[in-house]
Design a protein around this ligand. Structure first.
Ligand code: GFB
Length: 317
């Protein structure tokens, strides 16, 4: 990877697939600083799982660059309880977009995966070379297999057709526009919503799933969007690139940090009947760092921004 831009965005037509999601909306905010035209498609325009819809839309709108931020996503419980949806939806979405991009001669495509592609007990921190070196975490194997297939699709289309399709693997993300629904959300929005409610109700404790000992690396979504734009401009290669902060915390530490921001002073009640998931998944982001990119938003600052957004948009008073 080099620091100079090899793909300039000026004057380009950039499709953010999944623009309503947390990552997609952050990409739209970030791309507003670039001299490019951002294209978006609503659910009424097409179903991304339907190949003909995607082919027609890409042929009609002719993007130069595509960010594949569209995906069926969710927290540990959603992943574990909806295996068919997580596998089928994600396979269809990525295959349809990547194949349409090839057919229409799209110049560049950035596919987004997740740190759950790595083996459950991979050595830490996890470098890109650890892909497919061991068994996956059981709770999210369906999502992980779909995301691994997406990486392989990008590699295959690069090898066979010379397409400039790249893959980025972000760590666990959080931020504004996140999903705060307790049944399907990730840990940060779930605990924020629970602690906010507990504070309002004067409850003595909040339930935290699992033992509190798993470790997670958390990246604020606007930093992730910035890294993805950086990779679109500067990276062209077959290997996927990790996107993380280089630091992780236990779930108990994450819960304490959220409690501080929310102002919840009660107890944390760990529910060990709920799954812990992967014990640790810290990415080795050296390749990205060596290309000149570093995160700018601390975990605490990200939490403050997220809680301010939650209060303005989601919280019941
Ligand atoms: O964020 P999370 O749902 O996803 O859970 P994963 C992280 C950890 O937080 C687990 C614990 O150990 C949970 O048991 N946790 C504690 C909670 N309280 C809660 C809560 O109220 N809600 C939730 N959701 N968790 C997902 C994968 O794994 O991460 C996806 O399933 C994807 O495929 C995503 O990779 C980034 O980090 O365990």
């Amino acid at each position: 990877m080099t620091e100079s831009d090899i793909y300039a965005l000026d004057g380009k037509r950039v499709w953010v697939a999944g623009h309503n999601g947390m990552v997609g909306s952050a990409l739209c905010r970030r791309l507003a600083d670039e001299a490019c035209d951002v294209l978006t498609a609503s659910r009424n325009d097409m179903d991304l799982r339907t190949q003909a819809d995607v082919e027609d839309w890409v042929a009609d709108r002719r993007p130069d660059l595509i960010f594949v931020a569209a995906a069926k996503v969710g927290g540990i419980l959603a992943n574990d309880s909806l295996p068919a949806e997580f596998l089928y939806d994600n396979l269809m979405i990525e295959a349809n977009i990547i194949h349409a991009a090839y057919r229409q001669g799209v110049e560049k495509l950035v596919f987004l995966g997740s740190s759950c592609i790595y083996p459950r007990l991979a050595p830490q921190p996890m470098g890109e070379e650890l892909l497919l070196t061991g068994p996956l975490e059981d709770t999210n194997q369906w999502y992980a297999v779909a995301k691994i297939a997406g990486i392989k699709l990008c590699q295959a289309y690069r090898r066979q057709y010379g397409c400039d399709f790249i893959s980025a693997m972000p760590t666990n993300l959080f931020g504004i526009e996140d999903n705060f629904d307790l049944a399907s959300s990730h840990v940060v929005p779930a605990l924020m919503a629970k602690m906010h409610r507990a504070k309002q109700d004067g409850a003595a404790s909040v339930e935290v799933w699992g033992s509190g000992t798993p470790r997670r690396e958390l990246l604020y979504v606007d930093d992730c969007a910035d890294a993805l734009v950086h990779l679109a401009k500067t990276y062209s290669g077959e290997g996927h690139i990790n996107v993380g902060t280089g630091e992780d915390l236990t779930i108990a530490e994450i819960a304490a940090a959220i409690a501080k921001v929310v102002g919840f002073e009660g107890e944390l009640a760990f529910d060990r009947t709920k799954p812990d998931g992967t014990p640790k998944k810290l990415l080795d982001s050296r390749l990205l760092n060596e290309s000149g990119w570093r995160p700018a938003i601390s975990f605490e600052e990200g939490l403050r921004r997220t809680y301010a957004w939650y209060l303005a948009h989601k919280a019941t008073q």
